[in-house]
Design a protein around this ligand. Structure first.
Ligand code: ATP
Ligand code: MG
Length: 348
């Protein structure tokens, strides 16, 4: 069996540092590791429309923004196929057949979907398309026979759903689809990076993000106004580091080299945390250090992005080519699915 990666992002905004540590950074490493036969990266515009159907301009504008973020972070179109979901109609067809293999109760139990329904305040007007997006995600993954899906923790219920559908399909119609595995970041603080406001997840839809494309000034402003430990009022007060987003970001981004360069009074993050926990270390100093780390991390990404922004037609061209390639592969899987389901009436 081949080793195949599939991942994607919804074009609902520019990508942020949560996407970077949760999935994007890992994808670039996997892409360059040579351990995979194929890597597909999907801009999930059809999925984005399930909760942004009244806002198609937003989705359209963010297709190029997400593509720019990919390339700026090191996704290489020579090594990875980058494509647009809505241009691979085979995915919609697969979704329709998979719908028969999932119950309404099962979809309603999905904890990520549940939380998102609440967060978006759909109430009684929940669109069917939104509720069923985990099924469409299964189509995306299985169409490419993906074995490995690098994602943040919030996507685990989607992967579980996908595995269940694959098992039902193969059980009913014969061994056809491949069961995918989620690949989570090793660094625990990257599983679900919190927002700058202290909310559990940095999310485009919550507006609590540091974007990969933010200017140096914006990064500084956001870092300096970050939520910290609300009980750490005076510098001398003992502070909490485990639920404090400034320390979680340092867990995700800082290295011993950063300490040598910007804050040599500590050898490493453990020493700095210990000081904060026993009291005597102020939030301002922590934020200044975090700002230095973030600036160093994001500067090269932003510079590459600014170069790429000069040629947007080249971005569309890459997406068109990638979508054609993806369509051909998904078409092969769809033909196998139809054969297994005995609806391949006119096949040779
Ligand atoms: P939306 O609010 O529109 O759903 P989002 O910010 O959740 O946007 P997605 O496009 O849904 O972003 O997710 C893309 C990928 O990034 C997924 O693999 C997801 O697990 C990961 N991801 C998103 N937010 C975070 C985060 N805060 N920490 C770690 N990984 C994240
Ligand atoms: Mg999301």
């Amino acid at each position: 069996m081949k080793n195949i990666i599939l991942t994607g992002d919804r074009p609902t905004g520019k990508l942020h540092i949560g996407h970077y540590v949760g999935s994007l950074k890992g994808r670039v490493e996997l892409q360059n590791s040579g351990k995979f036969d194929k890597s597909y990266i999907m801009i999930a515009d059809a999925q984005a429309l399930t909760d942004n159907f009244a806002n198609p301009e937003k989705v359209r504008a963010n297709v190029t923004e997400v593509a720019l973020d990919y390339l700026a972070c090191g996704i290489d179109p020579q090594k990875s196929t980058v494509f647009v979901q809505s241009h691979v109609a085979e995915l919609t067809e697969l979704t329709f057949y998979y719908m028969n293999l999932v119950t309404l109760a099962r979809l309603e139990r999905n904890p990520t979907v549940k939380a998102e329904i609440k967060q978006k305040g759909f109430g009684a007007s929940l669109p069917m398309g939104f509720l069923t997006y985990p099924v469409s995600q299964t189509a995306d993954i299985t169409a490419f026979k993906a074995t490995c899906v690098p994602v943040g923790e919030d996507q685990l219920p989607m992967l579980e759903q996908a595995r269940e559908i694959v098992r039902s399909f193969n059980g009913l119609y014969g061994e056809t689809l491949v069961e995918p595995k989620a690949l989570l970041p090793e660094n625990k603080s990257c599983l679900r990076l919190p927002g700058t406001d202290g909310m559990a997840k940095m999310s485009k839809s919550l507006g609590n993000c540091i974007y990969l494309s933010d200017s140096a000034d914006e990064i500084k402003r956001k870092v300096m106004s970050m939520y910290t430990d609300p009980n750490h009022l005076k510098v001398t007060d003992p502070g909490n580091t485990s639920e404090n987003p400034t320390f979680i970001y340092l867990d995700a981004f800082s290295s011993d080299e950063h300490f040598q360069k910007y804050l040599p009074e500590y050898a490493n993050l453990a020493e700095m945390k210990a000081h904060y926990e026993r009291g005597g270390l102020g939030d301002m100093k922590v934020k200044k250090f975090l700002n230095a780390v973030m600036q160093e991390t994001l500067e090269p990404i932003r510079a590459r992005r600014e170069e790429l922004e000069k040629d947007i037609p080249a971005i569309w061209e890459m997406l068109k080519k990638g979508s054609e390639e993806a369509k051909a592969v998904a078409g092969e899987t769809l033909a196998e699915v139809k054969k297994a389901m005995k609806i391949d009436y006119f096949a040779e």
